[in-house]
Design a protein around this ligand. Sequence first.
Ligand code: VJV
Ligand code: CA
Ligand code: ZN
Length: 388
Amino acid sequence: LNEIERPRGYTVSYHFNPEVEGHHFGKLHPMKPWRLTLTKQLVMSYGLHFAMDNYVSLKATKEDMAVFHDRDYLEFLSKITPENITTYEVDHERFNFGEDCPVFDGLWDYCSLYSGATVDAVRKLTNSQSDIAINWTGGLHHAKKREASGFCYVNDIVLAIIELLRFHPRVLYIDIDVHHGDGVEQAFQSTNRVMTVSFHKYEPANFFPGTGAADETGPNNAGKHHSLNVPLKDGIDDDQYIYLFDEIIGRVIASFRPAAIVLQCGADSLGGDRLGKFNLNIRAHGHCVEFVKRQGLPLLILGGGGYTARNVARLWCHETAVCVGANLNDELPQHIPYRQRFEGAKNGNGKMYPVLDTGSTRHENEHDLDYLNSLIKNVTETLRYLEF
Ligand code: VJV
Ligand code: CA
Ligand code: ZN
């Protein structure tokens, strides 16, 4: 087809550097960069790479990261190794390194790689070469200006939003990871040009990071009413989540009128996740991507959490398909590298679950319609302050 006959679809770009997969947080640490290889393999087994522009992303530089992070934090991050760690005990503590955020071999490389993919992705959006840019290796929403937190060292999302703000008056950030997107919320708490919305499990004493209550809507300055939080309990199901997401995000977009959207797609909100407590299936999670895509705004799609690797790969492969507008065959392709790694998910007949089914509803559902409606009402009331 020539230019004129070709139906105007979305240009999707996929940003990945296979060097990330060689990095390990430690044998027993829940964060496994290897899940990213599994994702890429599945994407290619379905042939989705033929429908996208594929880029081997460059590493981010210290300069790229310094638009948000403190210099002395970046100096430490770039020089610390498992060998010299005892020399820097004070900084190690001060910058919040430890069990959640260990120092491992190649840490700086790892941070440069996932941040670099986000920086490349956002540049494709700002120069209009892509409508949707995807980086499943990014989305590390807990990192602070001068502090590592919750498996995150460099906040690639903040770097992306800062870049988008050079071209767009207002940017909407949506976070469907099971954890609160505290680092992004905090970074933009004093501006009315970024609205952050996080859906997460909220149980202050028992679930990380403990912030993100419904009444946490921003400090008393320009950023007031520009942080929205949707605190959830255990076991939320597909229909409830879709209802909440559409009602809330629909209202947010109508009131805030963003010019670009960043969507953090943490896969730990799926049922069967090692750390998460929800019962979502891939369909509902992917629905969020579809809903946001339909807004027709420049869209940056990022990964995040996700601790049951086979489900992470299924989810992010499906969401890649949603972005390019393809439907996946229900059966996983016969010839996928690591096919046996998907075989943990079998139903009662010893058959593998279809690609969109994680096969898990293990948490008791603690939500009722009154609770969901109270969350929507809360958001609606906050958004009324934006009308002028
Ligand atoms: O709950 C916490 C903090 C503690 C102190 C540190 N210990 C290890 C755990 C409890 C209070 N941290 C959370 C951090 C979750 C980060 C989520 C990141 C994202 O998905 O939002 C975005 C990428 C937490 N939950 C579970 C663990 N940490 C955990 C850490 C380990 C571990 C087992 C569980 C670290 C090392 C090892 N096992 C060997
Ligand atoms: Ca979240
Ligand atoms: Zn998470």
